[in-house]
Design a protein around this ligand. Structure first.
Ligand code: AMP
Length: 215
């Protein structure tokens, strides 16, 4: 499948992408995960992105587009792509449209994942993430804690609260989503690609996406 997953931070894009990956082997491409990996590796891109990310601001479009142009040409994308956290601005969406046309990739659908704001706030404050950039497994202190506190079940690395998941950065990220990313819903509606799924259960949303795709 070839999908864009749109949704506010904490809506469950990453969780839903991982569940969809298990269905047909499509690859999850999370710009947030790639950027956190670059920051951890201390690369030039990571160095340029870090301050924006810490504040909960978007990384400049040019950096993101350069990174994604390379990523979308890697051979594993032939299995299908699940774009998680990208595009995030209208200019990114416009450039992506041209890039996909150049690469001969046709999207099946853009899924707008809609979750009530109080659920999102609660999830973001209680979310914990594996610090190992090759893993980045997601936990929740209330609903899905690691078996051993502070240790990732999958790889044994430390499980931490992300630097951009302080209360201040979270409210800034949600505001940024409303201002810069929510307009993409109208953009993709006009393109005839939008399908909205709403609720709080990722399983139910995955089932709705599967039904829409006839899988
Ligand atoms: P995420 O893990 O998707 O919440 O992304 C974490 C942070 O990475 C965001 O708050 C931004 O600073 C940055 N980021 C991720 N994806 C993008 C994107 N498509 N455009 C700009 N910044 C991004």
């Amino acid at each position: 499948m070839k999908l864009i997953l749109l949704g506010a931070p904490g809506a469950g894009k990453g969780t839903i992408a991982k569940m969809l990956t298990a269905i047909d082997g499509s690859v999850q491409i999370s710009t947030g995960d790639i950027l956190r990996g670059e920051v951890q590796a201390g690369s030039e891109l990571g160095r340029q992105a870090e301050a924006y990310m810490k504040r909960g601001d978007l990384v400049p479009d040019a950096l993101i587009m350069g990174m994604m142009e390379k990523r979308l040409q890697q051979p594993d994308c032939e299995k299908g792509i699940l774009l998680d956290g990208f595009p995030r601005t209208i200019p990114q969406a416009e450039e992506l449209k041209q890039l996909l046309a150049r690469l001969g990739i046709a999207l099946d659908m853009v899924v707008s994942i809609e979750v009530p704001r109080d659920v999102i706030l609660d999830r973001l404050c209680t979310r914990r993430t594996c610090a190992n950039s090759a893993c980045q497994a997601i936990y929740n202190v209330k609903s899905n804690p690691p078996k051993q506190e502070g240790v990732c079940d999958k790889c044994g690395a430390a499980v931490i609260q992300r630097a951009d998941e302080t209360e201040e950065a979270i409210s800034h990220r949600l505001q940024t989503y409303n201002d810069k990313t929510a307009p993409l819903i109208g953009f993709y509606e006009k393109e005839g690609l939008l399908k909205a799924v709403s609720g709080v259960s990722s399983e139910t949303m995955v089932a709705a996406i599967q039904a829409e795709l006839g899988l």
